[in-house]
Structure formats: structure tokens, C-alpha cells
Design a protein around this ligand. Structure first.
Ligand code: FES
Length: 85
């Protein structure tokens, strides 16, 4: 089955300033084995930054699951987990 993982990266101001800028480059950092299995999208503020209980920015969503304090490495390992590899 051709399963794809959808990654949404928050590019709202707070997330962007708190490290989200590097996340915008996620596609370029994906290992070759993951490249065609991942869809990366940007999004305006995903609505977590004004809720302290949501965790710390930058935020991203992987198949709808919230990732806080996202980094390129963290997203890659979450993507692998999602794909079961
Ligand atoms: S700016 Fe990212 S959740 Fe609001």
C-alpha cells in the first residue's frame, strides 16, 4: 500500500520565530527513502501557540497529531514511527 504521511508545519509568527523557520526546509532534509512517502505543507498559525497547555512552539502536525517543540530530527523520527519503519 502506498501510504503517505502528511506533515503540516506551522508557519505562524510565533512558531516561525521559535525555530519553525528551519522546519520549512524539512523536505530538503528528508532521507531519500522517505521523500516520496511524505507530503509537507505549510500552514498559517495552527492555533496552539496561545494555549500554554498545548506545549511549546514550534508546532507541527503529523497525520493530524500535534508535535510540539518540533525540529527536523524530531519530525523525521515521528514520520518513521508513523510509517512503522
Ligand atoms: S504560530 Fe504556530 S501555533 Fe500559532
Amino acid at each position: 500500500m502506498d501510504m503517505k504521511v502528511e506533515v503540516i508545519i506551522c508557519s505562524g509568527t510565533l512558531c516561525y520565530l521559535m525555530g519553525g523557520a528551519e522546519l520549512q526546509l524539512l523536505s530538503e532534509h528528508l532521507p531519500p527513502a522517505l521523500k516520496d512517502k511524505v507530503i509537507v505543507k505549510g500552514s498559517p498559525c495552527v492555533g496552539f501557540c496561545d494555549k500554554p497547555e498545548s506545549g511549546k512552539p514550534p508546532f507541527a502536525l503529523i497525520n493530524g497529531r500535534k508535535i510540539q517543540q518540533a525540529s527536523v530530527d524530531k519530525l523525521i523520527s515521528e514520520i518513521k514511527q508513523e510509517l512503522g519503519i
